[in-house]
Write a protein that binds this ligand. Structure first.
Ligand code: COA
Length: 158
């Protein structure tokens, strides 16, 4: 299993140039995704400060999902995939904000007639693009596929 090491994700300081490059890449990605998929991200603010972020689309729009080698990941247009769910500041974790953000993603997908949402969850660790397995099990997701000792594919049917 490859666990992608993103310097920002690992808490390392990025240079200004790196930050600008990531920002440009992200903006280009969103413009394309917005045209083809529609709304594909949410930012959670507390007192006007952005503290959380979620990104989703259909799984075929995230090529890195192939690295997980899941056999049962759906790529249908009416099944969404969460590629990122993040409460960036550790001090804001454990206060129900992740749950709130996930709830907003689900509500918006339901309104758009999606029938389910899937993601890769990491066992015993929150250090993962979409967070820990334990979080998703509490939110009524079920394990659709055990990938290996670290990861599971989880799914919530609406
Ligand atoms: C996944 C994540 C968003 C959860 O956010 P959070 O605000 O801490 O979660 P909540 O406080 O809403 O927790 C909801 C429930 O899940 C449980 N939970 C959350 N994290 C957990 C963990 N690591 N282990 C076990 N249970 C956990 C909580 O105890 C809570 O349970 P309860 O309803 O019984 O009280 C957060 O862990 C995170 O940001 N992880 C890092 C993800 C990341 O690095 N993404 C990279 C960006 S691409």
């Amino acid at each position: 299993m490859l666990i992608r090491e993103n310097p920002a994700f690992e808490g390392k300081e990025l240079s200004k140039t790196e930050k600008a490059r990531y920002a440009r890449e992200k903006a280009a990605y969103f413009l394309k995704a917005l045209k083809k998929f529609g709304n594909c991200g949410k930012i959670l603010y507390v007192d006007g400060k952005p503290v959380g972020y979620a990104q989703y689309s259909t799984s075929n729009r995230f090529p890195t999902t192939r690295e997980y080698r899941a056999k049962n990941l759906e790529a249908k247009e009416n099944v969404a995939f969460i590629s990122c769910l993040y409460i960036a500041d550790q001090n804001f974790r454990g206060r129900g904000l992740g749950e709130k953000l996930l709830g907003e993603v689900i509500a918006s997908l339901k309104k758009r007639d999606f029938k389910a949402v899937e993601t890769f969850a990491r066992k015993g660790s929150a250090n993962n693009p979409s967070g820990p397995l334990e979080f998703y099990l509490k939110k009524d997701f079920r394990v659709k596929e055990e990938i290996d000792s670290d990861f599971a594919l989880v799914r919530l049917d609406f």
